[in-house]
Design a protein around this ligand. Structure first.
Ligand code: SF4
Length: 416
């Protein structure tokens, strides 16, 4: 093992503003749950948040909480609690970390936001299985626990080209959830309000895309690790003005970095594409490890998953159905490979890292020969890292470092 060079992560100034809007978001949820002043809907991260907002719900995303449990490394202590009630260590570790935290009566929100003691209680839970079935089981557990209604959309999986038939069937399901949601919301659905929210969501998506696309510049002004942190508003605040304002601010800062040739990784020598889930408990450690190797992991399918530029306020249900079905995670391997090829070309990557996340087969794309096919197609090397999004018991730091160092050496040889 080589000795690691000490590197400072280059701070993004806009982070302070992101902290402010995320704090306001969580306190608004907390106050509403305490005073019953506004109804709260729990939503999956690529669920129909726009419909919920248009009906006046405050929207809470348990996956964001799952990621916080991972990043704070609290997940290691909470996962066994869920295992003990029959939720296997092999299923989604967002689910097990989150349910375990609830059973244990702990939350990372208390550490991050003084005065918040628990997650906000739901009035309704809304899922879309476009990412996996685990979200359905996860939300069903809480629906039983809180005796709250559970509403869902069941999406086609392994979709090649998204056809009108796919879109139509999902659009119909989206329309069908409106009536039960109206009942919980205690108000009528307003199409104009949905169009307004959807326009904001679209604007947020476009700005988020522009932010991520800045990484195509050489040297890249941001890393995948920055993206994993700054995607927070695109997930939990899409459909609001705050998210739009935030990404304008972040984009301006990144464009300024480009104008001044400021690199996120000093002396950027290799550019890598990340495929799969982040390893939340090692985000900072891995950012430093790659930076010390003058290697910028600069783009990912993961961060790009919250880009919904198909949203069209003039045709809300059909365009939402399309956008939420065109998602990478829903698609066939053939479509995924075409997408990754485009990304590699656009970001001028020298190689790809596939994260085989033990508890998320849904977003681990290296188990059916994809890396080998992509290597043949692109001529670029790839590395598979075995790990997990949240369960640190499934990660060998030593092995990861050894494999990454050997991979970067290989990139260096290819270069010279
Ligand atoms: S996609 Fe993976 S990480 Fe996300 S909820 Fe489903 S199983 Fe969990």
């Amino acid at each position: 093992m080589t000795e690691e060079k000490i590197v400072e992560r280059k701070p993004i100034k806009a982070t302070k503003e992101m902290g402010r809007i995320m704090t306001a978001y969580y306190f608004q949820l907390n106050d509403a749950a305490r005073t019953h002043s506004q109804k709260i809907a729990w939503c999956t991260s690529v669920g129909p948040a726009e419909i919920l907002r248009s009906l006046g719900f405050l929207v809470y995303f348990p996956e964001n909480h799952g990621a916080m449990l991972g990043a704070s490394r609290m997940a290691t202590d909470t996962i066994p609690e869920a295992n003990a009630i029959g939720y296997s260590p092999d299923i989604c570790s967002y689910l097990t970390a989150d349910v375990g935290a609830y059973l244990k009566g702990v939350t990372p929100l208390s550490k991050a936001y003084k005065g918040i003691e628990s997650v906000p209680k739901p009035d309704v839970l809304v899922y879309n299985t476009n990412q996996c079935r685990d979200v359905q089981d996860w939300f069903a557990w809480y629906a039983r626990e809180f005796k709250a209604p559970l509403v869902g959309i069941e999406t086609h999986r392994g979709v090649g080209d998204v056809s009108d038939a796919h879109v139509e069937s999902i659009a119909k399901q989206m329309e069908a959830i409106v009536s039960p949601l109206e009942e919980v919301a205690g108000r009528k659905f307003d199409l104009e309000e949905l169009k307004r929210v959807l326009a904001l969501s679209r604007e947020c998506s476009e700005l988020w895309k522009q932010v991520l696309d800045t990484a195509s510049h050489t040297p890249s002004p941001l890393t995948f690790y920055d993206g994993a942190i700054h995607m927070g508003p695109a997930v939990v605040l899409r459909g609001t003005q705050q998210a739009v304002d935030y990404y304008r601010l972040l984009l301006a800062e990144l464009n300024e970095r480009i104008a001044n040739n400021v690199a996120a990784v000093e002396g950027e020598r290799h550019r890598l594409y990340w495929e799969g889930m982040p390893i939340w408990g090692r985000l900072s450690a891995h950012a430093k490890m790659f930076a010390a190797l003058s290697t910028c992991v600069l783009a990912s399918t993961y961060c790009n998953s919250w880009i919904f530029t198909a949203f069209d306020p003039d045709d809300p249900f059909t365009s939402m159905a399309r956008a939420y079905t065109e998602l990478f995670i829903v698609r066939s391997d053939e479509s995924k490979e075409r997408y990754i090829k485009q990304m590699i070309d656009f970001f001028k990557a020298d190689g790809v890292i596939y994260h085989d996340a033990k508890t998320c087969p849904n977003n681990s794309n290296c188990r059916y020969g994809m890396p080998q096919r992509m290597e043949r197609l692109t001529g670029l090397p790839s590395l598979i890292l075995h790990g997990d999004l949240n369960d640190l018991r499934l990660i060998s730091d030593e092995q990861t470092r050894t494999n990454v160092e050997a991979f970067v050496e290989q990139l260096e040889e290819n270069k010279t």
